[in-house]
Ligand binder design. Structure first.
Ligand code: CTP
Ligand code: CA
Length: 234
């Protein structure tokens, strides 16, 4: 658009971003899902494209959002579908950002037919662990099976009486082994289904930057600034 003052500092970079929530089928007509709108991932994609990047957006279920101009959109359903697309698309990328809300669990035995009310039930639903896509991307890179200069994740933390959101964020960064982690403090009307996020950007080099309360576009700009700084040093 005219009057857009964003720098074209991601020109020549290829970035892959996941967005939205995965859905895990229970039977052919039902699923387990989550409230992710996809807005943060779409904001990342829009800002990256404005700044000149070649953008692939891998989207699970989202609110009705406009696909940003120039962005290649790939739709996925389950966490396993998203994993396979992310592993393929991320190879050779300059930056990969997992902004999707991936279901931690799937239904262990999906019913082949619509579950009927009259079937002996209600039966408890058995769950099984889903793949951790972010960890797998990091592991694949460490094993030399995937080349990606930077891998970033997101964490939404409420904290609890024993740990603050920032402490949980530091633990998560170490556990996931990614290069950058955006930690959002949730509660007080932030993050889910609202426009504004606030938190910290943690780097595996020990850097910790506060991200002021602001729009998802602002958070996106902050992340791309950090990505650019890191890519410049590689
Ligand atoms: N993530 C992922 N695959 C999963 C779960 C999460 O790739 N199965 C990614 C998310 O996209 C996000 C990051 O990992 O970038 C952190 O997600 P989060 O749910 O906060 O972390 P978990 O390891 O699932 O920990 P928990 O939910 O127990 O806090
Ligand atoms: Ca999780």
């Amino acid at each position: 658009a005219a009057g857009n003052a964003l720098p074209r500092d991601l020109e020549g970079r290829r970035v892959v971003i996941s967005a939205g929530g995965t859905r895990e089928p229970l039977d052919p007509v039902r699923y387990l899902g989550n409230r992710s709108s996809g807005r943060q991932g779409y904001a990342l994609a829009r800002v990256a494209a404005h700044r000149g990047a070649e953008v692939t957006l891998v989207a699970g279920h989202t609110a009705e959002l406009v696909t940003p101009a120039g962005v290649r959109l790939i739709r996925t359903g389950t966490a396993e579908e998203m994993r396979s697309v992310m592993l393929t698309e991320s190879d050779g990328a300059d930056a990969v950002v997992m902004a999707a809300a991936v279901a931690d669990f799937k239904v262990s035995a999906q019913a082949g037919y619509k579950i009927k009310k009259s079937d002996s039930g209600p039966e408890p639903v058995a769950l099984a662990k889903n793949p951790d896509i972010l960890s797998e991307l990091v592991e694949a890179r460490a094993a030399g099976k995937l080349s990606a200069s930077l891998i970033a994740g997101f964490a939404a933390e409420t904290g609890d009486p024993s740990s603050s959101p920032l402490e949980y964020g530091r633990d998560k960064l170490a556990r996931k082994g990614c290069d950058l982690l955006v930690v959002n403090a949730v509660g007080e009307g932030r993050a889910f289904e609202v426009e504004d996020n606030a938190g910290w950007l943690l780097g595996d080099d020990g850097t910790e930057t506060t991200i002021p309360h602001g729009s998802k576009s602002l958070l996106a700009s902050t992340l791309w600034d950090a990505v650019n700084r890191r890519l410049a040093h590689q």
